[in-house]
Design a protein. Structure first.
Length: 56
């Protein structure tokens, strides 16, 4: 249960970037888009770790 909260908060910067683009019209630059990649990789690894842990 603890990991689920961490995953949710990890998406906050990405969600802020998307909402700023959608609502304010601020187009993200290449550094902001590149910052999304580690967030997605981390969420994948956390989810994968939970699946492996729950199987054992």
């Amino acid at each position: 249960m603890k990991h689920q909260a961490n995953e949710f908060f990890a998406f906050a910067p990405m969600l802020t970037m998307v909402l700023a683009w959608w609502i304010l019209g601020q187009v993200p630059n290449i550094y902001q888009v590149a910052g999304v990649i580690p967030i997605l990789i981390d969420s994948y690894l956390i989810t994968r770790q939970q699946q492996v842990t729950s199987k054992t």
